[in-house]
Design a protein around this ligand. Structure first.
Ligand SMILES: *[C@@H]1O[C@H](CO)[C@@H](O)[C@H](O)[C@H]1NC(C)=O
Ligand SMILES: *[C@@H]1O[C@H](CO)[C@@H](O)[C@H](O)[C@H]1NC(C)=O
Length: 888
């Protein structure tokens, strides 16, 4: 057998290993034009396939390259893959002439020894190293005998994180030669449904890719395929070098009708939480900016540019200040000031004047910023419901004042005491990034590197945009006690718009039928609790339909997240605790075959297990944190309803003293708004807008009308709720929060509480004594005639004043009626009677209506006396007196 010399592989993801002494890349150095297409330096790479499967944000990517040595002697063949820093390699195999050498994940020390041995024997032929901002490079070279074929297969996995409203998957493409069969094939499956999907290549416009690129999505599935022909790969029509060189990026997002989604498979669950439509919580933000001498020139210019842009995006409710530090500390203002147009103008002038000088006193810069934020809070200089953030930018290490990193960490920790997050931006590479990262992590923030480049200002702005819109603060994700094990991080200081919180864990009892979770947080105006209830049977059914889900994806996602968070925690741990965390992370890395900073990949030569020499390591830096969340709520309808309106608006007035009820209809044109309740004393009002059926008949006798929109307002609280069959909008003054009927959420503010029960009803309580329920009636979307509508129930009105009026409100006061002369009605089979009410004598008919509070589809029958002609004689005045111009 033409045997290849045993390949010596070092798949080290350690930037520190990117040292000299490795063989230089033969393909790059010795490129020469071959007579045969797609053959460079006698090596033909005839196939490269990148196959991606993404299930619920968890990506499983396999890169396979096949090559043949066309030379008449042994040659070195290289395989390069650039993969995201946040990914973990999970497998690598090498197949030479049909013999497969599998990869195994081993504890790093073990693998490292073999690596050292290989290096000392001059056998090392590959490595993995940091490459660019988001990627790291995996490189392997093997010697292949003349005429032999080699297949490289690398597998890596990662949890895609949501930034600015989308998930992004980067694939770096750089085949270096024309490849007969080049293909990217990505399948995305998202149980929430895909709302957008795009793919683009940095090296060519999508128009020029033509038929080579297809991207489609529908429902839960998305597909991207990129298969450029040999001709499409050429950099020019007569060229033999490849145009493919750059990023291929797939972006997508999922449907957001529901703020949360929980998935359970094989006893593991994952909970995604990303509410939207909530008002932004005002920020108190202090920028602590390094203006030391090393910032001189382009860096300070870019910082000024970025800060000016950030000032443009500042909201008027925000408070801000700037602190500049070099050898000493200067502040723009003595205390935080509101972002009024005048103050922003002044801030711009200040920012334009920022200049570099002197040394780097990080400690004093930070301490000034922290005490300013603390003071603002203590002295109530900033709004009660606001959140504080401190952002520090530096390009170097502390070199004056307190410059010991441990001491700075201690000072900062003691000053912040968990009250707000610190974000550290490290500009360039001339700094102790680990220190900045530790410092930020232990103060509930994170660190980012700003790469010294022409776009550094954009990087700074980009970071600010991520934290600019907190929708919730102090987010806690809660599960039933004793039901959950091995939970990943479940509390987060902020939920930022466009991001996502992800929590995963294990169920104690795999046979549970139901599963509940609450997410609690503070919003701009109110406290919210989102509740998610998961029906396991339903879920199993829904997830089963997918063949291409890799069965244990939730378990792997959980393992990925757990390891990532353990590694982050490890950065700030010491002694026994650190050993503990390390042991846990190592055990999981080995169990789930993840190449992490604690493990390495070793490729084993089957016949000689001693001579195994292949390592993949992972470099540190910038493990970003992930978040998570989910919910459920349930509501028990109160027992004694008195007044409601539902159906073709049927008004029902129950009179408990009589153990009887009165009902009437109002026939008005679609679009009409009717006053249901108005109380001048409490300031509460409820109006409803009428809708018709689809293609409704204009004849009032036969047409059906319903309430399609309700407006509930409290003038005292400056609060309004608009309910439609699609969504619910809460207005605090001018600021809207929007929810969908797919949410289960409770909003609390002062005495007010609003609970939406997914696709069923909504309960609004104004303290004790006033409580309404809005019932959602949903019909089949494709129904030719009917459409969704709302029912409105007053379940408690005892705190409303005696002056309350409106079609329902006028009946809140005690009133009496007498029924006599019960007789066969004018309609066969019906019973008529004479009713005396409000000093009128009316002919009424026995009928029945339904109460749908408990079940919107079935309803409970309520027998009532029907008052004809739009309630004439029963209601005060005539029904048109209750028509109002608008919902509020
Ligand atoms: C690694 O990949 C090889 C080839 O596809 C496969 O046979 C093997 O089972 C994989 N190993 C693991 C741990 O997934
Ligand atoms: C280490 O872990 C064990 C259980 O895994 C725990 O009981 C112990 O308290 C931990 N020790 C420290 C110092 O964290």
């Amino acid at each position: 057998m033409a045997s290849a010399r045993w390949p010596c592989l070092v798949l080290a993801l350690l930037s520190g290993l990117a040292a000299s002494g490795f063989p230089s890349h033969p393909v790059q150095l010795l490129r020469k034009r071959s007579l045969q297409e797609g053959v460079v330096d006698d090596i033909e790479i005839y196939s490269t396939k990148i196959s991606c499967k993404v299930t619920s944000r968890f990506a499983h990517n396999v890169v396979t390259t096949r090559a043949v040595n066309r030379a008449d002697k042994a040659k070195e063949v290289s395989f390069d893959v650039e993969l995201p820093k946040t990914a973990f390699i999970t497998n690598f195999t090498l197949t030479i002439d049909g013999v497969t050498y599998p990869g195994n994940v081993k504890e790093k020390e073990v693998a490292q020894a073999q690596y050292q041995k290989a290096v000392s024997q001059g056998k090392t032929a590959g490595l993995v190293k940091a490459s660019g901002r988001k990627l790291e490079k995996f490189t392997v070279s093997v010697n292949v005998a003349s005429g032999s074929k080699v297949t490289f297969e690398l597998t890596y996995e990662e949890l895609l994180k949501r930034h600015k409203g989308k998930y992004e998957m980067y694939l770096k493409i750089q085949p270096k030669q024309l490849v007969r069969h080049f293909e990217i094939d990505a399948h995305i499956f998202e149980p929430q449904g895909i709302s957008m999907l795009d793919a683009e290549a940095s090296f060519i416009t999508n128009d020029l890719l033509g038929s080579a690129l297809t991207k489609t999505f529908s429902g839960k599935k998305g597909h991207v395929s990129f298969r450029p022909s040999l001709d499409q790969q050429r950099s020019c029509p007569t060229c033999t070098d490849s145009l493919l060189n750059g990023d291929f990026t797939i972006t997508y997002d999922v449907n957001r009708e529901s703020p949360a989604n929980v998935q359970v498979v094989n006893g593991y669950f994952v909970h995604f939480f990303a509410p939207h439509g909530l008002p932004v919580v005002p920020k108190n933000i202090v920028f602590v900016i390094d203006v030391s001498g090393s910032m001189a020139g382009r860096k300070i210019q870019q910082t000024r540019d970025a800060l000016l842009k950030i000032l443009e995006d500042m909201k008027e409710d925000d408070y801000l200040n700037f602190i500049l530090f070099s050898g000493d500390v200067t502040t723009w203002k003595d205390h935080l000031v509101q972002a009024t147009p005048e103050n922003l103008e002044e801030a711009r002038t200040f920012v334009k004047g920022i200049d570099d000088r002197g040394m780097t006193n990080i400690n004093d810069g930070l301490m000034t910023g922290i005490s300013m934020l603390n003071r603002a809070r203590e002295e109530h200089l900033v709004p009660e419901r606001s959140t504080s953030i401190i952002i520090m930018l530096t390009d170097g290490d502390a070199n004056i004042g307190e410059s010991r990193p441990e001491k700075i960490q201690e000072n900062v920790r003691n000053a912040i005491r968990g009250r707000f997050p610190l974000y550290n931006l490290g500009f360039g590479h001339n700094l102790n990034y680990n220190f900045l990262e530790s410092l930020a992590l232990e103060n509930h923030g994170f660190a980012r590197r700003i790469y010294e480049d022409s776009d550094a200002n954009l990087q700074l702005q980009g970071f600010y945009e991520e934290v600019a819109n907190p929708l919730l603060t102090d987010v806690e994700v809660e599960y039933p006690e004793n039901a959950i094990l091995d939970l990943t991080k479940n509390s987060y200081p902020h939920f930022y718009d466009g991001s996502e919180i992800v929590v995963a864990g294990r169920l104690v009892d795999g046979d549970m039928n139901n599963f509940k979770a609450d997410v609690k947080g503070h919003g701009a105006f109110n406290d919210l609790t989102f509740t998610e209830e998961v029906d396991m049977k339903e879920m199993e059914q829904a997830l089963k339909e997918q063949e291409y889900i890799f069965g244990n994806y939730i378990e792997r996602l959980w393992a990925y997240l757990t390891i990532e968070q353990l590694l982050e925690k490890r950065k700030n741990a010491h002694g026994q605790e650190k050993e503990n965390i390390t042991a846990q992370a190592l055990e999981l890395s080995l169990k789930y075959h993840f190449v992490t900073p604690l493990t390495s990949m070793v490729v084993t030569k089957p016949e000689d297990s001693e001579d195994q020499t292949s390592i993949a390591d992972k470099p540190g830096e910038e493990a970003t944190s992930v978040t998570s969340t989910a919910y459920i709520a349930s509501y028990q309808p109160p027992q004694t309803p008195y007044y409601y309106v539902d159906g073709d608006p049927h008004f029902i007035i129950q009179v408990p003293e009589k153990e009887d009820a009165i009902c009437f209809n109002i026939d008005e044109d679609p679009g009409t708004v009717l006053r249901l309740i108005q109380d001048p004393i409490t300031g509460l009002s409820v109006n409803g807008q009428i809708i018709g059926d689809k293609g409704s008949s204009p004849d009032p006798k036969t047409r059906k009308t319903y309430f399609g929109k309700l407006g509930i307002a409290s003038s005292q609280m400056d609060f309004q709720i608009e309910v439609t069959t699609e969504k619910i909008t809460l207005w605090n003054g001018d600021a809207p929060s929007t929810f969908s009927w797919l949410d289960t959420v409770t909003v609390r503010q002062d005495g007010l509480s609003v609970t939406i029960n997914r696709q069923k009803n909504m309960v609004v309580s104004f303290g004790e004594g006033v409580s309404f329920v809005v019932v959602l009636h949903q019909v089949w979307k494709g129904h030719p005639v009917h459409q969704d509508f709302l029912g409105f129930y007053v379940v408690d009105s005892h705190r409303m004043s005696a002056q309350t009026h409106g079609l329902l409100g006028q009946f809140f006061h005690p009133f009496d009626f007498e029924v006599s002369d019960i007789r066969p009605g004018s309609d066969p089979g019906k019973t008529d009677a004479t009713m005396v009410v409000k000093s009128h004598q009316l002919t009424v008919t026995r009928g029945s209506q339904k109460d749908y509070r408990k079940d919107a589809s079935v309803g409970t029958k309520v027998i009532c006396w029907f008052v004809h002609n739009n309630g004439e004689g029963l209601i005060d005045g005539v029904h048109t007196d209750y028509v109002v111009p608008s919902l509020f």
